[in-house]
Ligand binder design. Structure first.
Ligand code: SAH
Length: 306
């Protein structure tokens, strides 16, 4: 058995409980030494075999996994952050499948979440951005034509750039070809959640200078978007007058155009999976009440938020 485990962004206590237990039970650990905190290995068994994959190629990694499996021993493959992002896990999983070696995946806290915490940011703010674009600038690894940075930048959404801090000049140029302006807030988060974490804030117009002045070349994320600025709308979800699946909104006093019906639908609606049976009728009562009070509303799917 091979367990792909997300090690988290760096801080040793930001691995999941499951991930930690898997490390503690492993016969063999192959960890991405370039980014994974080696202190995580402290909870491994003394007789655990440990390999640093930063000096290994794919066949060598697979070779270790195969040998372990043949000996009836299990392997933990420890990847930084969450394995699903820039983790090169798909090729390993496919190779294991082809060899009939079973595997499981244990998610981890991605560095883009660690960066949000460092920035005390919410990536999705009402009235500002409701999407997060996770991407990278093409380097030695190509990026599909349709995902070129200046094209994605046309949305003006919150953007988190991995693997790109060493090319900040090009990042800045491409961002400015999109919807961002020189004044759009941005930040560089270096080694988020590690002891030597650095948070550098500025604007897109000064991005390259910020990165150069601080000597940052790697292990950093570039975060861009107006969510890093000061203005936004309050959420519907916690609006006292807003009815949700879990809470009846208070009657508004005086003029009652407190929210717009279309947007309200999104968050009053429950996920389609649950909109059946008992829940569906409770829901439709609420929709009807909402309609009574505020005109047409149609139940749509939506997950009510947080
Ligand atoms: N799977 C990882 C990403 C691996 S790609 C994850 O989910 O976070 C490696 C890139 O991730 C680095 O070049 C850097 O851009 C980013 N990265 C990883 N750890 C980081 C950290 N602690 N702080 C800032 N960026 C980090």
């Amino acid at each position: 058995m091979v367990d792909f485990v997300g090690a988290g962004p760096g801080a040793v206590d930001l691995i999941t409980v499951r991930g930690r237990e898997l490390i503690g039970a492993a016969d063999c650990i192959i960890y991405a030494g370039s980014l994974v905190n080696p202190k995580l290995l402290a909870c491994a068994r003394e007789d655990c075999l440990v390999y640093d994959s930063s000096g290994m190629h794919l066949e060598e990694v697979l070779g270790v996994m195969e040998r372990m499996e043949a000996e009836g021993r299990n392997t933990v493959r420890l990847h930084t952050g969450d394995p699903s992002l820039y983790g090169a896990v798909r090729e390993q999983m496919d190779a294991l499948r082809a060899r009939g070696i079973p595997f499981r995946i244990c998610p981890g806290v991605s560095s883009f979440c660690g960066a949000a915490a460092a920035l005390e940011a919410e990536y999705t703010l009402p009235g500002v951005s409701q999407s997060v674009i996770i991407t990278r600038l093409e380097g030695r690894t190509a990026v599909p034509e349709r995902e070129r940075l200046h094209l994605l930048a046309q949305h003006g959404a919150t953007m988190v750039l991995f693997l790109s801090s060493g090319m900040a000049d090009r990042v800045q140029e491409e961002l400015l070809r999109g919807a961002y302006t020189r004044d759009t807030p941005c930040a560089v988060v270096y080694r988020a959640t590690w002891k030597d974490e650095k948070v550098i804030r500025g604007t897109v117009g000064e991005l390259c200078k910020l990165v150069t002045d601080h000597g940052i070349r790697k292990t950093a994320l570039i975060v861009v978007g107006d969510v890093l600025g000061g203005s936004y709308e309050l959420s519907r979800l916690y609006d006292r007058y807003f009815t949700t699946e879990y809470r009846e909104g208070e009657q508004p006093h005086g003029s009652d155009t407190l929210w717009d019906t279309e947007e309200r639908d999104d968050e009053t609606g429950k996920s389609t999976g649950d909109a059946s049976g008992e829940n569906a009728s409770a829901l439709s009562v609420r929709y009807r009440r909402a309609e009574d009070r505020h005109g047409a509303a149609h139940p749509d799917s939506g997950d009510g938020g947080d």
